[in-house]
Design a binder for this molecule. Structure first.
Ligand code: NAD
Length: 303
């Protein structure tokens, strides 16, 4: 039987702070396939995440049985590459003041110190931040736009650059994108559509460069809408979920596990020939060119 077997592999999933989002579903799936999993958590969310885990408030069940064990939780602020990049007001913020090592370079150094060179096989970037996401792109400030790009797209480049040397040949890098990268999507503003377009373009270029340099594969999953904590900041995610349910070829609501399972496949040797791809996991919605709408007699004709 062909199965996804990640025994003996170690993954780092960046962007996990609760059990509602895609990052957590990816942790569950990688763990169910046998990988050891470390996570990176944004400092403002770190305390509540670790407390919720300790108190058993998160769903730690693995698909197929057993419980997730997270090998280590690292603080990570993907806005910063090195300690010199951290502004004084962030250092002084009480959610950061007692932490060290949360920049991307320090985190990579810490993982090398914890587990040695060649300690990593799977890198997952499951984070995004766009402070002006509720504004139209045309009304977005330069600062808001560049922050969205920095947090949501450049952070992948920086992570590949700094984690690549730790990774074993044949390893996989994966990020999470959204259809607004390729199609105008109302409500996904503030430069977030631009950030996802950059992420998808960079996926192709990084696939070339990380493939040549370290023998790594780089892909992104373009996921359908999910009412995660981050997506609720968009303000209309429930409407997006309903719209997909009404208009995607597959009528079930998208689940986080739909994405987790594909992430496990793409991270596995079964996907050894796939790199530079944007893989849609959205119940087929990306294939549509026109909303189905109640007035089109498509259901009667198809069923
Ligand atoms: P989520 O809330 O589970 O994940 C987003 C994570 O990003 C959070 O844990 C947050 O703490 C973290 N984060 C924010 N700023 C950060 C920073 N500077 N440094 C480190 N971490 C930071 O929500 P999600 O919707 O599952 O998002 C995961 C990924 O999936 C994102 O890239 C998102 O754009 C993408 N995505 C989401 C949807 C959706 O509808 N939910 C659809 C397509 C793609």
């Amino acid at each position: 039987m062909l199965s996804i077997d990640l025994t003996g592999k170690r993954a780092f999933v960046a962007g996990v702070a609760d059990d509602n989002g895609y990052g957590w579903a990816i942790v569950r799936a990688l763990s169910a396939a046998g990988a050891k999993v470390c996570v990176g958590t944004w400092p403002p969310a770190l305390k509540i995440f670790t407390k919720s885990l300790e108190r058993g408030k998160l769903d730690t069940s693995r698909p197929g049985g057993g419980e997730i064990e997270i090998e280590k939780i690292y603080p990570l602020d993907a806005m910063f590459d090195t300690p010199e990049d951290v502004p004084e007001e962030v250092r002084a913020d009480k959610r950061y003041a007692e932490l060290t090592g949360y920049t991307i370079q320090e985190l990579s150094d810490q993982m090398r110190a914890d587990f040695g060179n060649g300690c990593l096989d799977i890198l997952v970037h499951s984070l995004a931040n766009g402070p002006e996401v509720q504004k139209l792109l045309v009304d977005t400030s330069r600062k808001g736009y560049l922050t969205a790009l920095s947090a949501s797209a450049y952070s992948l480049v920086s992570m590949v650059s700094r984690f690549g040397p730790l990774m074993n040949r044949g390893g996989s890098v994966l990020s999470l994108s959204y259809l607004a990268a390729a199609r105008a999507t109302p409500g996904y503003g503030g430069g977030m559509s631009s950030a996802k377009a950059a992420l998808e373009g960079d996926t192709r270029t990084l696939a070339l460069e990380a493939g040549y340099r370290w023998g790594l594969r780089v892909n992104t999953i373009s996921a359908g809408p999910l009412a995660s904590r981050a997506a609720k900041a968009i303000g209309i995610v429930e409407i997006m979920v309903d719209y997909y349910k009404a208009n995607a070829p597959l009528r079930d609501v998208q689940t986080a596990d739909d994405v987790g399972h594909v992430a496990a496949f793409l991270s596995s040797p079964l996907a050894a020939g796939i790199s530079g791809m944007t893989v849609y996991v959205d119940k087929g919605y990306h294939a549509m060119g026109m909303a189905v709408g109640a007035h089109l007699p498509i259901e009667g004709r198809i069923s």
